[in-house]
Ligand binder design. Structure first.
Ligand code: PEP
Ligand code: MN
Length: 340
């Protein structure tokens, strides 16, 4: 339920609506807008009777929020959310506005040299955000697990050297504290999308969060996972479609591009697409990136490596430097064509 106050509603009128909500045992979330304030109700386990509030002084209208998620829904907020990442780097990078933002980098930080070499060509290609895992959620415990804090230090060096905003994954609370210290965006990986205690913990760190879709998560489950972050007071949340498990082994996952326009319909949060994990195959990354831009993605998260055949993880889906440059050009050209 959302209670929209009249533009001329006074502070005491807003306060008395909040008091009435709290008196019923629920939580009131005032959402000040440009011209008027709306007050959201959260924590109600059953539908709220709008009649309780319609007659109160200063109330203009009462809107039912029909979705099980509230704070992330379009009903709650009609205009797109824009998440500003790394405001200290030339004003930062805005995600969720007009441009489709590219986030590129290797699957994992392998060494300082590998990361800085990658960061150099990523930045030279015009990309402003670097991704790379220091904590890697590998399917096998015998595979390369990431460099941990040492990897985060290399990421920090890449940030300082090339002015790139850093996106990297945290897999547990301890790791999240470290990631928050070194990086600009905390990535919650597909495997942890429904780790609700971790989501709550990460939300409270106050950093922008990139929430990947679980490998078999319904859109509703994904949005409810995002709701955990917003309910904990962090609204700097971006979603990332990365493909779901399917019956066909031809691609690593089945990239669900219909999720992009659908999420944009259901939610005000920015939505990015990861065609690297979504397909698992380098030659499919460019075509699916073009499709993602056309579908309305607010960003692309892609893997790239200076020598993919030597990568310690996900080499088969990592773009060569030249392919990354093509991706940047094609995405810009496509956006221009779509705008015109
Ligand atoms: C990644 O982006 O590095 C990653 C591990 O992806 P996902 O969580 O989508 O598998
Ligand atoms: Mn990877």
């Amino acid at each position: 339920m959302l209670i929209v106050m009249q533009a001329r509603a006074t502070e005491p009128e807003i306060q008395s609506v909040c008091n009435a909500i709290q008196g019923l045992g629920w939580e009131a979330r005032p959402l000040p807008g440009g011209t008027r304030t709306a007050i959201g109700i959260v924590g109600n386990d059953k539908p709220v009777d709008p009649g309780r509030f319609e007659g109160m002084a200063g109330v203009m209208e009462v809107i039912r929020v029909t979705a099980p998620y509230k704070l992330v829904s379009r009903e709650w907020q009609a205009q797109d959310s824009i998440v500003t990442v790394a405001p200290d780097l030339n004003g930062g990078v805005a995600i969720g506005g007009g441009d489709c933002v590219i986030v590129a980098g290797p699957c994992a930080v392998e060494s300082e040299e590998q990361l800085l070499e990658t960061a150099a060509y990523v930045a030279a290609a015009g990309v402003r955000m670097l991704r790379a895992g220091a904590f890697k959620p590998r399917t096998s415990p015998y595979d390369f697990q990431g460099l941990g804090e040492e990897g985060l230090k290399h990421l920090r060096k890449a940030r300082n050297t090339y002015g790139l905003a850093i996106v990297t994954e945290a897999m547990d609370e301890q790791g999240a504290d470290l990631v928050a210290e070194y990086a600009d965006v905390i990535q919650v990986g597909a495997r942890n999308m429904q780790n609700y205690t971790l989501l709550r913990y990460i939300a409270r760190l106050g950093k922008p969060v990139l929430l990947k879709r679980g490998p078999s998560a319904l859109l509703k489950e994904w949005l409810l996972a995002a709701e955990y972050l917003l309910a904990e007071g962090n609204s700097k949340v971006m979603l990332c479609e990365r493909g779901v498990r399917s019956f066909d082994q031809a691609t690593r996952n089945l990239l669900d591009l219909s999720a992009v326009p659908l999420i944009r319909q259901l939610s005000h949060l920015p939505v990015l697409v990861d065609p690297s994990h979504g397909t698992g195959r380098r030659e499919l990354v460019l075509p699916m990136s073009r499709a993602a831009v056309a579908a309305g993605a607010h960003g692309l998260l892609v893997e790239t490596h200076p020598r993919p055949e030597q990568a310690l993880s996900d080499g088969a889906q990592s773009l060569y430097p030249d392919q990354l440059r093509q991706l940047v050009q094609q995405s810009a050209a496509l956006q221009l064509a779509l705008a015109g």
